[in-house]
Design a protein. Structure first.
Length: 382
C-alpha cells in the first residue's frame, strides 16, 4: 500500500482529531473495524494511504461526515494531487519530487519556472492522449512519439540542464505517472511499458535532433522496420552471427541516384541495457569498414533522497570502468557519445573512434554530427 503524500496526508491527519473527539482510542476503533493492531495509527500519520471505503467506514464508526474531515483544510488544487512526479517553485529554481525505490526523492532544476515544468508534462500528456483513438498496431508509435516530444521540449526549455537528468529524473518518472495516460490504461505497469517505449523514443530523439542537419550534408539518419533490417543484414554479408534486431538507427549517404549504407548507431539510455549484446554486430561492422558508434544517455544512479545521476563513464581520473575500457582500449564501438554531463570525456590524444565524447542538445552541429559526416566522407572516398 502506498504512503499518503501532499493534500491526502493532511486530510488523514484530521482523522486523529475526529477520532479523539469521538472518545475512541486506536485499539477500540481497530476492534470495531476488525483491523489488526497498528492500522489506524498508520492511516492517521499518512504512512499508509487507505482506500476511500476505509475512510468512509472510519467516519461512520466515529459518527462524523466527510465534510467534517475537510474542515480547516485548504482547497486542493492540481498541485495537491498525489502524483508519481510533481514540482514546486523554490526561489528561482524548481524542486521535482518523485519516488525512487523507498525514497521520496528531490531533484533541483536551477533557473526554472513551474509553468515550464507543467508545459513539459502537458506535452507528454497530450501526446499520450492520442492512445484513445489508436489501435494495437499504432499504440507503441504514439507512446514513443509522446515521450520524444516531451524530452525534446524539455531540453529546448532547459538547455542548461543535464540531458541525462531530464531523461532519467523527469521524462521517465512522468511516463510512469498513470494520470498522464488515458484512464483505460490504469492497470498497466508503466515501468515495464517504459522499457520498450523509452528505447524507441530515444531513437526518435536522435533522428529528430540530428536528422535535418545531417540531411543537408548528404547523410540520412533513420529508423528501419524489421523487414528492412533483415534485408540490410543479408545484403551486407557480414561474417559471424549478426542479429538484425540489434540495428537501432541506420546511416546512409547520398550518392548519384542512390543512398549508400555506411553504418549503424547503437542507442542506449544506460549501460544496464546490455550493450554487450550489440558488440558482435558492432565488431562485424567495424571490421568491414563501417561506422558503429554508441550513443547513450549513460543513466546510472543510486536510489537516494537527493539522487545523483553519475553514469558509468564518469569516475576518478586514472580509474577506468570496464565499459570505458571496451571503448577506449578494445574499440568495441567506433566511438561513444554520452549526453550525461557527469561523463568524463576521453583525452583528445585518443583517435575519435576510441574516444568517449560528451554532447548535449544545444546545437545539432556538434561533435556527434561532425564525427558522422567525417566518417561518411572517408567511407565515400574509400
Amino acid at each position: 500500500m502506498p504512503e499518503a503524500r501532499g493534500y491526502l496526508k493532511s486530510l488523514l491527519a484530521n482523522l486523529r482529531t475526529l477520532r479523539e473527539r469521538a472518545g475512541l482510542n486506536e485499539s477500540a476503533l481497530e476492534e470495531r473495524l476488525i483491523l489488526g493492531p497498528g492500522w489506524v495509527g498508520r492511516f492517521e500519520r499518512g504512512e499508509i494511504a487507505p482506500s476511500i471505503d476505509m475512510v468512509l467506514a472510519i467516519l461512520h464508526e466515529i459518527n462524523f461526515s466527510f465534510a467534517d474531515l475537510l474542515q480547516g483544510l485548504p482547497k486542493p488544487g492540481a498541485a495537491a494531487i498525489d502524483r508519481v512526479i510533481f514540482a514546486e517553485q523554490s526561489g528561482d529554481d524548481i524542486v521535482i519530487h518523485f519516488s525512487y525505490a523507498r525514497f521520496d526523492a528531490h531533484y533541483t532544476l536551477p533557473n526554472c519556472r513551474l509553468d515550464e515544468f507543467e508545459s513539459v508534462m502537458k506535452t507528454l500528456r497530450d501526446g499520450l492522449s492520442r492512445l484513445t483513438n489508436a489501435d494495437d498496431t499504432q499504440s507503441e508509435a504514439v507512446k514513443s512519439d509522446a515521450v520524444a516530444r516531451a524530452f525534446l521540449r524539455a531540453v529546448a526549455i532547459w538547455p542548461h540542464a543535464n540531458p541525462s537528468d531530464l531523461w532519467w529524473f523527469v521524462i521517465y518518472r512522468a511516463y510512469c505517472d498513470p494520470y498522464n495516460h488515458p484512464a483505460q490504461y490504469a492497470q498497466l505497469d508503466f515501468t515495464q511499458s517504459w522499457k520498450r517505449t523509452g528505447g524507441w523514443a530515444l531513437e526518435e530523439v536522435l533522428v529528430r535532433h540530428y536528422g535535418p542537419h545531417l540531411k543537408r550534408h548528404g547523410v540520412n539518419l533513420f529508423i528501419a522496420d524489421g523487414a528492412a533490417k533483415q534485408q540490410l543484414v543479408r545484403g551486407l554479408e557480414l561474417p559471424g552471427r549478426v542479429e538484425a534486431d540489434k540495428i537501432d538507427v541506420v546511416l546512409t549517404g547520398d550518392t548519384r541516384g542512390a543512398s549508400r549504407f555506411f553504418g549503424v548507431v547503437h542507442v542506449k539510455a544506460s549501460f544496464a541495457e546490455r550493450r554487450t549484446d550489440d558488440v558482435p554486430l558492432s565488431r562485424a561492422l567495424r571490421d568491414a569498414g563501417y561506422t558503429s558508434p554508441l550513443w547513450t544517455m549513460d543513466c546510472k544512479g543510486t536510489p537516494y533522497a537527493h539522487p545523483s545521476n553519475r553514469g558509468e563513464l564518469g569516475g576518478v581520473v586514472g580509474k577506468r570502468s570496464a565499459k570505458r575500457l571496451d571503448i577506449e582500449d578494445q574499440g568495441e564501438f567506433t566511438g561513444c557519445f554520452s549526453y550525461n554531463r557527469n561523463t568524463r570525456p576521453s583525452p583528445e590524444t585518443l583517435p575519435p573512434e576510441r574516444r568517449v565524447q560528451v554532447c548535449d542538445f544545444t546545437n545539432s552541429d556538434d561533435a556527434f554530427s561532425q564525427f558522422i559526416l567525417r566518417r561518411w566522407q572517408e567511407f565515400r572516398a574509400f
